[in-house]
Design a protein around this ligand. Structure first.
Ligand SMILES: Cc1ncc(COP(=O)(O)O)c(C=O)c1O
Length: 390
């Protein structure tokens, strides 16, 4: 990987993690299926034991396939260290646990991915750790929530349901002043669209399950950070028994090869669908960051180099919502996003910490896939026709 640091990201995505010279000419790395790693002699065993997070030691701590992916992530985020985990969520929970002790407090964006809300509100609470949820872009209020017990400010930007953007520079400044660790979920943008480490965030997390893998057939999480934070987080990951399969790393690396063109196409298609939804009489609000009228458009442009395939929109509540959803062929009802296919997720709320159940709209987050936009529009048209039928 010698000269790789100087290459453009597009080229890195093609070249990283390929070493035909040591792998029988194979262009892609083979998948190493290793649980037990053996040592040449007692000396090498002792050396590995002393340095078990770096050297080959035991498969669960990382075999060749995992280490290769870790190296790639370091190049992509230009980080000193990285850790690969079993899922995006485990990357988040492991990182949070690494910095917390009984009696500590944590500040979490009210826009966080719902399982993060549940982890903080249910699991951390059981161990005497209190979570306070902060409002989007209200630094004065955020400052008021900080006290001597605050250890972490957790950022997710843009939020994955409503795409609200945080002013990361301001949050990092406050955090540094108060010696608080900042952790950011960067799944929406991927490393291609934004590098939080460059803006002073301490630990970045990304779910490779989404755009990196890109085919809705893999779970994997990335953590990128400094060497110091690596030691802390890796210890927790190992003690909790987190394990990532070599197949997951292989699938993630394979996804990197086509990430660039897939992301471009998702954005392109999303633009077309956005224009269609904007003109649709049933659609009330639409959240889409490339939309110049979006409240967060300028802040998004300040930080992010790309958009993606996500759009959220609302329609007025009627008892025909099932007709709308059930008549869709291309938009499948399902969780997650970042795969090649279009998805629709009905939502009751856009912020997990705030109860929206009494509002008069149905919300849908759609992920625009790689299908023809003509077909996608026809599909939505069909859905709206059913919705308006008497
Ligand atoms: C913003 C965000 N972060 C993290 C995750 C968790 O990723 P995973 O499904 O790999 O656990 C998700 C999953 O939907 C997500 O949307």
């Amino acid at each position: 990987m010698g000269r790789m640091g100087k290459n453009k990201t597009e080229s890195k995505l093609i070249k990283l993690g390929s070493d035909p010279d040591i792998h029988f000419g194979s262009l892609s790395d083979p998948i190493y299926k290793t649980s037990t790693i053996i040592f040449k002699n007692y000396d090498s065993f002792l050396r590995a034991k002393k340095n078990k997070f770096k050297l080959p030691y035991y498969g669960r701590l990382g075999n060749y396939s995992v280490k290769r992916f870790e190296q790639i992530v370091c190049k992509l985020y230009e980080s000193e260290a990285s850790i690969i985990t079993s899922s995006g969520l485990s990357a988040i929970t492991i990182t949070l646990l690494s910095f917390l002790n009984k009696g500590d407090e944590i500040l979490v964006t009210e826009n966080c991915y719902e399982p993060v809300f549940n982890f903080c509100d249910k699991e951390l609470l059981r161990f005497g750790i209190k979570t306070r949820f902060y409002k989007n872009n209200n630094i004065e209020k955020l400052i008021k929530l900080i006290n001597k017990k605050t250890r972490i400010i957790y950022i997710e930007s843009p939020g994955s349901l409503n795409f609200e953007v945080e002013d990361i520079e301001k949050i990092v400044k406050i955090a540094k002043k108060n010696k608080i660790v900042t952790i950011m979920d960067n799944t929406w943008a991927t490393f291609k669209g934004f590098n939080p480490l460059k803006w002073g965030v301490d630990v970045v997390i990304e779910s490779c399950t989404k755009y990196i893998s890109g085919h809705s057939d893999n779970f994997c999480g990335i953590i990128a950070c400094s060497n110091n934070n690596f030691k802390k987080i890796k210890k927790t990951a190992v003690r909790l028994g987190d394990y990532v399969s070599s197949d997951s790393c292989y699938t993630s690396i394979r996804g990197l090869r086509t990430l660039n063109i897939r992301l471009k196409k998702h954005q392109e298609n999303a633009n077309v669908i956005f224009e269609y939804l904007k003109k649709n009489k049933y659609v009330n609000d639409i959240f889409f960051l490339p939309d110049k009228n979006n409240t967060h458009h300028l802040l998004w442009k300040k930080y992010f180099k790309n958009a993606n395939g996500l759009i959220t929109f609302s329609i007025i509540k009627t008892n025909k919502i099932n007709k709308f959803l059930d008549s869709l062929d291309f938009f499948k009802i399902g969780f997650s996003w970042g795969g090649y296919e279009s998805l629709i997720l009905p939502l009751n709320q856009l912020k997990p910490s705030i109860n929206y159940y009494k509002n008069s709209f149905y919300w849908f987050r759609i992920h625009i896939g790689l299908e023809s936009t003509e077909d996608l529009i026809m599909d939505l048209e069909k859905g709206f026709k059913k919705y308006e039928e008497k």
